[in-house]
Design a protein around this ligand. Structure first.
Ligand code: FAD
Ligand code: SF4
Ligand code: SF4
Ligand code: SF4
Length: 385
């Protein structure tokens, strides 16, 4: 193994190096912690091409935001089945009608992995609806995107970085719309496998045929895991998978120093859930969209027949995104889940304390915010006097 071009703790598994390598010397494999990562073989000829497309070896870029919007699909069925306001589905629908292929993520029920795939009709695209909160395997689909046809690609910001770099190198960037999202990070597959084992045991089932990672059956803001098995439907709003995922201890190492937070993006549009106090009474979901290119702006404008679109202020969006309270991976937690495959025991042994710590930190931040607001108001008053 010659992994000198790969920085393991920064590898996002975006597959760009593997696709660009002229010697087919890089494979994307799952590592022992349950994340897809790059591995270099003896076939490497030291040409250095992989380094050009790797986000781990490049510098940060923060882009200007040309506009910020809230977007809600006007179609009830779309709103009910998508994660926030259905903007990704509406973008795919619009572009597929204009001759584009849409590259999104579905869950593969045979391999139990989330994977990118390409669709040319909106029916084919449909399994992309809904976020799959695990790392997707993107190599097979991404390498098909370089055939000169037009595509819209949805993915994590690190995946979009990789495919965008390759498109630039091949002179193909005009063929693409790139859509990324505010990204919390991806949890280990060991966690997800333990979740599936737990659900199967609880349901006395041996087959799962549909997973809704964040069903809206109890509303947009409750993270309801809903899994359809051959013995009925498992449903929980206090699901351990989400609790452990959001406690941040078992994300991919690269996610703790992610270079793509806030306005650092290589996409035309960045989408997400419109969190914040303004949406207190919204139960069906709203998407937020940041526009990073003229092309992206035209795309959003073209959705006005299908969606309710309102201009928003970026300062009301960014503070509610990507609060990773835990700054490093908890290797003991990952090893424990990998070996025991027991999500309940892992939760009580390693996670509950982290959750209490995160709550305390959130509470402290709130108090500080109130305190800061009051001292600003006091300063303004005393300046006025
Ligand atoms: C791992 C992960 C972390 C996220 N973290 C945040 C966050 O911190 N804050 C926030 O506001 N939003 C986050 N999102 C995005 C959010 O969940 C919604 O996808 C977004 O609001 C768009 O909503 P929608 O209604 O248009 O989604 P949908 O129409 O439901 O579309 C979801 C889109 O995401 C793509 N997708 C699904 N799963 C994956 C995956 N595993 N990898 C790559 N692409 C995928 C699909 O192809 C589809 O295009 C995250 C999504 C994922 C997958
Ligand atoms: S290009 Fe992507 S997959 Fe390859 S080493 Fe860099 S981050 Fe990892
Ligand atoms: S240096 Fe060249 S041959 Fe070696 S892995 Fe990278 S792209 Fe492939
Ligand atoms: S947090 Fe950053 S590194 Fe992790 S999956 Fe998201 S974009 Fe990639």
């Amino acid at each position: 193994m010659r992994d000198k071009f790969i920085v393991p703790e920064k590898c996002t598994g975006c597959a760009a190096c593997s696709i660009i390598c002229p010697q087919a010397a890089i494979d994307i494999k799952m590592n022992q912690d349950g994340f897809f990562t790059a591995r270099v073989s003896e076939n490497c000829s030291n040409c250095g091409k992989c380094k050009i497309v790797c986000s781990a070896l490049s510098s940060n870029r923060v882009v200007n935001c040309l506009g910020a919007y809230s977007v809600v699909s006007k179609t009830n069925e779309v709103l009910e089945t998508c994660t926030s306001g259905g903007v990704c589905f509406e973008i795919a629908d619009q572009l597929i009608k204009n001759g584009f292929g849409a590259c999104g993520v579905k869950y593969n029920y045979i391999t139990n992995v989330a994977e990118h795939f390409i669709s040319w009709t909106i029916n084919e695209y449909s399994p992309s609806k809904g976020s799959k909160y695990i790392q997707s395997y993107c190599k097979n689909a991404f390498q098909l995107l370089l055939d000169g046809k037009k595509y819209v690609v949805f993915g994590t910001p690190c995946q979009i970085y990789g495919i965008n770099k390759i498109a630039q190198l091949k002179g193909l960037e005009e063929n693409f719309y790139f859509i990324d999202f505010f990204c919390h990070g991806v949890p280990s597959y060991h966690l997800f496998n333990a979740e599936l084992k737990y659900i199967k045991k609880k349901m006395r089932s041996d087959r799962i045929h549909k997973i809704e990672f964040r069903s809206k059956i109890n509303g947009w803001k409750t993270y309801t895991m809903r899994v359809h098995t051959n013995k009925g439907i498992y449903q929980s709003s206090r699901d351990l998978f989400h609790k452990i995922f959001l406690s941040d201890g078992c994300l991919n190492k690269a996610c703790y120093n992610c270079r793509f937070k806030g306005q650092s993006s290589y996409a035309d549009l960045r989408v997400g859930d419109f969190w914040g106090t303004k949406q207190k009474n919204v139960d069906k979901g709203i998407s937020v969209v940041l526009v990073f290119s003229e092309k992206g702006q035209r795309l959003i404008n073209s959705l006005s027949d299908k969606c309710i679109i309102k201009e928003e202020n970026v300062s009301e969006i960014l503070p509610y995104q990507n609060n990773n309270y835990c700054k490093t991976q908890n290797k003991k937690l990952i090893d424990y889940i990998a070996h025991s495959c027991n999500i309940e025991k892992a939760y009580y042994k390693y996670v509950i304390i982290q959750i209490m710590f995160n709550k305390a930190k959130r509470f402290k931040n709130k108090i500080l915010k109130i305190f800061n607001k009051q001292s600003i108001a006091l300063n303004l008053n005393s300046e006025g006097n």
